[in-house]
Write a protein that binds this ligand. Structure first.
Ligand code: ADP
Length: 273
């Protein structure tokens, strides 16, 4: 542990973290679907101080064409951090870190999208980090997943990103910026909630096996919570209020005049009104 790490107190005497959370607590998460009208699907996620926008196009003809797969679709992801997303200006354009994140996110989505239904095409997923405060790849996966669903691309389930790590000797869920900088480990992962399948797992730092198990347990539990928020965002996007429904419906036709029937009187056979 370096000198700076010793000076930063990440866990106080009653077990709270520097932002007031207990180790098992998530930062506030907000998700909105369908925020961009040019894209086929889109989503916006705020996760603590992270703000991420995701846009999806496709399945559409894959370009460059030599990348096309004759039997399945490609998933081409681009994770990008805006120059103004961090306190020091980030040099614009791709770098080793964003290329790596784009690659692992593409692999995660390739295992859930029904690629074989769309040969020669590409599903293009753009993730723009507008504001970064640790955990951006998890926020980006979470947003991209909602955007892919919003685009109507068939997949086995939504994917949820979440990270846990170790801070001041304590395993904690969803590290913030200070915890990410000065903590001992960070384990971002992505899970398919329906099957429990892990489609992305990375690790920065060291954990003992039992700490790793605790970190995974925290992330998997939080993934259930985040998955509910994703589904809720999609429901809000596609639900219409009764007033909106009436506004787009053509006016109901006037009811036809009641047909007149002859009334037969049982007690007065032969009398028909
Ligand atoms: P993640 O954002 O998925 O946790 P990292 O662990 O690589 O990914 O990064 C942690 C945090 O460090 C980011 O969320 C961001 O706040 C900050 N960061 C990453 N890259 C840069 C950069 N080039 N300049 C300044 N801050 C950065």
């Amino acid at each position: 542990m370096g000198d700076t790490e010793k000076k930063v107190k990440l866990i106080d005497s009653d077990g709270r973290r520097n932002d007031g959370r207990m180790p098992h607590e998530l930062r506030p998460v907000k998700i909105e679907a369908g925020v961009l009208h040019r894209a086929d699907g889109s989503a916006y996620v705020e996760w603590g101080g992270n703000k991420v926008l995701a846009a999806v196009y496709g399945p559409r003809e894959a370009h460059p064409r030599h990348l096309q797969k004759p039997t399945r679709a490609l998933v081409q992801c681009r994770y990008n951090m805006a120059p103004f997303s961090v306190s020091d200006r980030k040099r614009p354009g791709p770098d080793r870190r964003s290329n790596e994140i784009s690659k692992v996110i593409s692999e995660a989505f390739s295992s859930v999208i029904f690629l074989e239904q769309f040969p020669r095409t590409s599903v293009d997923v753009y993730m723009e980090v507008l504001q970064a405060e640790a955990g951006t790849r998890c926020a980006a996966i979470t947003a991209a997943s909602v955007a892919i669903a919003d685009a109507g691309v068939p997949m086995r389930d939504l994917v949820v990103g979440c990270a846990s790590g170790k801070v001041g000797g304590v395993v904690c869920l969803d590290l913030n910026k200070d915890e990410d900088n000065f903590g001992e480990a960070d384990v971002p992962m992505a899970v398919v909630p329906r099957t429990g399948e892990i489609v992305l797992l990375q690790m920065d730092g060291h954990l003992k096996p039992e700490e790793f198990d605790q970190a995974m347990a925290y992330s998997l539990k939080a993934a259930e919570q985040i998955n509910e928020l994703q589904k809720d965002a999609l429901r809000r996007r596609y639900s219409v209020s009764l007033d909106e429904f009436r506004a787009v419906q053509p006016p109901a036709p006037e009811p036809e005049e009641e047909p007149k029937y002859d009334v037969y009187h049982e007690d007065q056979p032969g009398v028909v009104e």
